[in-house]
Design a protein around this ligand. Sequence first.
Ligand code: FES
Length: 122
Amino acid sequence: MVVCRGGDCGSRAKHPDVDHVGLLRQMRDRIGGSARVAPSKCLEACEHSNVVVVVPGARDGEQVWVGGVNDRELNTALSDFVRAGGPGVAMLPIELELQQFRASRRSRQELDVERSTTGRRG
Ligand code: FES
């Protein structure tokens, strides 16, 4: 799971009412050892900030890009989805489906670069 913490995501200037550190902590606590939570630099989808990408552990799952992850409720739904197995295994909850967006080629490339340079797979 990749949690963008680039220029806009995680920015107190852009989202002054969001507890970015608290949300990241909540996500890690709730997911536990089910998956890795890896912060990243900008994924070139700032208009959707805060952006989280759920990378499938299952072979036939697809990445799920979710925007507007700026409150505890959505954060909880996202964490529970990951704990339940994520893409290709668990059903995407409606609140995540509503926030899901199609990543541009550039965004997917940024994610690939981020994951390859850090050696992160989840
Ligand atoms: S800072 Fe997250 S997509 Fe740009």
